[in-house]
Ligand binder design. Structure first.
Ligand SMILES: NC(=O)c1ccc[n+]([C@@H]2O[C@H](COP(=O)([O-])OP(=O)(O)OC[C@H]3O[C@@H](n4cnc5c(N)ncnc54)[C@H](O)[C@@H]3O)[C@@H](O)[C@H]2O)c1
Length: 413
C-alpha cells in the first residue's frame, strides 16, 4: 500500500507519520521546500510529531515538492490550508491549485480523499470537476471521498488512532475504499452517506464550540459590569453531572479552525437565502474580546494611577492555545497591536513561540519580560509557567484564562 499526502502541516505530517507507522509507504508532497528538507533531515516542525516518531517513519516516509510521484500511489489525501480571504470569504486557492496539479498525474483506480475543512459541496462541486479535467470520471474511474481531520494540536488523551474518523464517499464504493484505508490507522470509522454530510459534520463540530465560547464570552462581558466572578460561576455550573458542558471565556478565538470554519458555512448559506445568525453573532462576540481585554487592562492600570501610554506590558503566552507554537489568528496579535496604539511598550514571553513575526517581536526569558513591567497579561497559559507565582513579581497581573487564584493585584477576566 502506498499513500500520498499533499500538504505536510499540522494535519498532513501527523497523518503521514501514522500511515508510515502502520507499514504504509508514504509520499508527502509540499510546496514548501524548507519542510521537504526538514523531513529529509528528520527534523519535525510540528509539536505533535516528535523527532523519535519522525525517525521511526524514516524508512517509509519520503517528501517531495513535486506531484509526479503521486501517479504511483494507491490513495492521495489532500491536507492543504483552507483559510479565509482578507474580506472573510472562503479562500480555496491552495485547494484548487493542489487539485489542478493533481489532475494530470491522476491514474485510474486511485482513491482521492479531501481532508481540508470546507463548506458542503466542495468535494463534489470543486474537487471532482477539476480532477475529471484529465479525462477520468469521479466515482467511476477513480474514487473520491471527504474525511474531515479532527486533530486537536497539543492534545494527548485522544490521538488519530483513538478519534473516530468520519468518511463520506461520492459513491458507496468510494466510501468503502476510504473506510478500508483509514482502518489502517484509526480504530473506528464512522460512515455517512455523502461527502456533503461529512463536510457539514466537521463544520458543526467547530460551530458548536464557537457558539458556546461566544455564549460564555458574552456572560463574561456582563459579569464584568455586574461585579461577579465568571470563573466561580462556571465552576459552580460545571458541578452539574448532566445537561451542562463546560466552556470558558477568553481573549478571543484563534487557530486555523474556530475563527475560520464557521464562516465557510455562513458564506455557503447565503447562496440558499439563509443567513445563519448564530454563527454571525458568535463571530461578532468573539471578535470583541481582545478589545474588552485591553479596556480591562486600561482600567486595572488606571486604578493604580498608571496610564497605558509609556507603560511596559509583558504579554505571557502568544500562541492561540496552550501546548502549541501556532500563532495563526491568535488574539495576542490584536491585543499587542491595540496596546501599542495606546502607546504601551509591549514585550512577550512564550516558551513555544521564539519569534512573533506579525508584531515583530522575539520572546524574552520570563525574568527579562517581567523586569520593570507595570503589568503582566496572561493571554495563553502555557504549561510549565507557575502562574500563581507571577502575581508577586509585578505590580498588576491581568489573567485572561482563569488560571490564578484571586489576589489583591490580580484582575481576572
Ligand atoms: N491545524 C488544525 O488544528 C486543523 C484541525 C483540523 C482540520 N484542519 C484543516 O486541515 C487543513 C490543513 O490545515 P493545517 O493546519 O495542517 O495547515 P498548515 O498550514 O499547517 O499545512 C498546510 C501545508 O500545505 C502546504 N501547501 C499549501 N498549498 C499547497 C499546494 N498547492 N500543494 C502542496 N502543498 C501545499 C503548505 O506549505 C503547508 O505545509 C485545513 O483545511 C484546516 O482547516 C486543521
Amino acid at each position: 500500500m502506498r499513500v500520498g499526502i499533499v500538504g505536510l502541516g499540522y494535519v498532513g505530517l501527523p497523518l503521514a507519520v501514522a500511515f508510515a507507522a502502520a507499514d504504509v509507504d508514504v509520499l508527502g508532497v509540499d510546496l514548501d521546500e524548507a519542510r521537504v528538507a526538514a523531513i529529509a533531515a528528520g527534523r519535525s516542525y510540528v509539536e505533535d510529531v516528535s523527532a523519535e516518531s519522525l525517525a521511526a517513519a524514516a524508512g517509509r516516509l519520503r517528501a517531495s515538492s513535486g506531484y509526479a510521484g503521486l501517479h504511483d500511489v494507491d490513495a492521495v489525501l489532500i491536507c492543504v490550508p483552507t483559510p479565509l480571504s482578507p474580506n472573510r470569504e472562503p479562500d480555496l486557492s491552495a485547494l484548487l491549485a493542489c487539485t489542478r496539479a493533481l489532475a494530470p498525474v491522476l491514474r485510474a483506480g486511485q482513491l482521492v480523499v479531501l481532508e481540508s475543512t470546507s463548506y458542503p459541496g466542495t468535494t463534489r462541486g470543486q474537487v471532482a470537476p477539476l480532477l475529471e479535467a484529465g479525462g477520468l470520471r469521479a466515482g467511476v474511474d477513480f474514487n473520491l471521498a471527504f474525511s474531515p481531520e479532527r486533530v486537536d494540536p497539543g492534545r494527548t488523551d485522544y490521538t488519530l488512532a483513538t478519534t473516530p474518523k468520519v468518511v463520506g464517499g461520492l459513491t458507496d464504493a468510494c466510501g468503502d475504499r476510504a473506510e478500508q484505508l483509514y482502518r489502517l490507522v484509526c480504530e473506528q470509522v464512522v460512515r455517512v452517506g455523502s461527502p456533503e454530510a461529512a463536510e457539514l459534520a466537521k463544520l458543526l463540530e467547530n460551530i458548536f464550540r464557537a457558539v458556546n465560547i461566544a455564549l460564555v464570552n458574552e456572560l463574561a462581558l456582563l459579569t464584568d459590569r455586574m461585579g461577579i466572578d465568571i470563573w466561580e460561576v462556571i465552576d459552580a455550573a460545571s458541578s452539574k453531572p448532566y445537561g451542562f458542558m463546560r466552556f470558558e471565556p477568553g481573549p478571543g478565538m484563534g487557530g486555523h479552525c474556530l475563527p475560520v470554519d464557521p464562516f465557510y458555512l455562513a458564506w455557503r448559506a447565503r447562496e440558499f437565502d439563509m443567513p445563519v445568525e448564530f454563527i454571525e453573532l458568535a463571530g461578532k462576540l468573539n471578535q470583541q474580546m481582545p478589545y474588552h481585554c485591553v479596556a480591562k487592562l486600561q482600567r486595572a492600570l488606571n486604578d493604580r494611577g498608571t496610564a497605558v501610554r509609556g507603560a511596559r506590558i509583558a504579554v505571557l503566552g502568544v500562541s492561540y492555545k496552550p501546548g502549541v507554537g501556532d500563532v495563526r489568528e491568535s488574539p495576542a496579535q490584536k491585543i499587542i497591536e491595540l496596546l501599542r496604539e495606546l502607546g504601551a511598550e509591549v514585550v512577550y514571553h512564550d516558551p513555544l513561540v521564539a519569534s512573533f513575526e506579525a508584531v515583530g517581536l522575539h520572546s524574552l526569558e520570563l525574568d527579562e519580560a517581567l523586569e520593570g513591567a507595570d503589568c503582566a497579561v496572561i493571554v495563553t497559559a502555557q504549561r510549565g509557567v507557575d502562574h500563581d507565582a507571577l502575581a508577586a513579581r509585578v505590580p498588576c497581573l491581568l489573567d485572561l484564562r482563569g488560571v490564578t487564584r484571586p489576589a489583591a493585584n490580580v484582575v481576572r477576566l
